[in-house]
Design a protein around this ligand. Sequence first.
Ligand SMILES: Cc1cc2nc3c(=O)[nH]c(=O)nc-3n(C[C@H](O)[C@H](O)[C@H](O)COP(=O)(O)OP(=O)(O)OC[C@H]3O[C@@H](n4cnc5c(N)ncnc54)[C@H](O)[C@@H]3O)c2cc1C
Ligand code: SF4
Length: 326
Amino acid sequence: MKLFEYARASRPADAVGLVAGHPGGAFIGGGTELTNLMKDGVLTPDLVVDVSGLDLSGIGVGQGRLRIGATARMGDVAEHPVVRERFPVLSEALLASASPQIRNRATIGGNLMQRTRCWYFRDVGSACNKREPGSGCPAITGQNRWHAIHGGSEHCIAVHPSDLAVALTALDATVLTLGPDGRRSLPLQDFYRLPGSTPHRETALRHGELITGVEIPQSRLAADSRYLKLRDRATFEFAVVSVAAALTRERGTVRDVRLAFGGIATRPWRSPEVEDALRGRPLNQATIAAARRALVEGAQPREHNAFKVELVQRALADVLEDLGGR
Ligand SMILES: Cc1cc2nc3c(=O)[nH]c(=O)nc-3n(C[C@H](O)[C@H](O)[C@H](O)COP(=O)(O)OP(=O)(O)OC[C@H]3O[C@@H](n4cnc5c(N)ncnc54)[C@H](O)[C@@H]3O)c2cc1C
Ligand code: SF4
């Protein structure tokens, strides 16, 4: 591992100042992701600023919103009674993420900023436009079983890995930040970028901008939510496909619905067309079939991941039937 300096910040503004003032600076939360990437030589910061001790770990409801601090641990958020009761999709997504050991250490900010699991990205011996702009994308014609069927470009088809981000996307969450130019609130929809021709630029964050928390509107919809994750094995593993769904019904008709999908796209995938196919209609087989079709409209499967087209439709149908049965 390359030598680096370590600093521990006691105030958010100090953390921002340290990283913003240092081109090779990076924040570290729980370190479950950054240290692995540093050991493998994928990331090589020369200053690491520890934010895990900042007073940003609160979890609470106020003014109709749930607010989760960026340094809250994944495990604590998953088990929090308010999250479990009023935002079950968040709790379920977190409990389906990583292992208990990792969840006890990893932070919400770090989870949202984790990098793709594309093996070419993580192998410094491979070309990869995301790691080294302009070097190429071997996944397009290579091992692309885990890769995206939506949102890709000729430059990158890596899927976004965070289960939490998928659940937050379905709940219309906002990311709160502090940067050298002050505070910002970014809807999660705008936080993650599509790869286009610049796959190395993954989020709207600027260098030195710290995630301080996330805010989620409280609603009946959020309380009627769930997360379904399909993976290659039952223990810790990333999603092959996942669905975060929140749905309310009135006299058998879908009153409101929010859906987001993981494992199939280059960012947490929100599809207004699928929601439109459901909203205001009876939750019957014909409606579900229309939603399934809308979900895979325009999908671009590759040689090894065409199975995701059918799999994600089945996952959607399962979640809808489950929520409809409540
Ligand atoms: C074996 C294994 C299995 C896993 N399975 C899953 C899974 O199924 N689902 C899933 O979602 N995740 C999974 N993960 C990923 C895991 O959830 C992440 O490693 C963890 O959430 C990262 O959090 P951290 O606090 O340790 O981040 P760190 O390692 O500290 O940081 C990660 C990145 O975030 C940046 N960062 C950290 N905090 C902030 C902040 N406040 N503001 C701005 N940038 C910040 C860092 O600079 C770094 O780039 C798995 C990881 C492992 C090792
Ligand atoms: S899919 Fe993206 S991350 Fe993977 S090799 Fe191609 S450019 Fe790199």
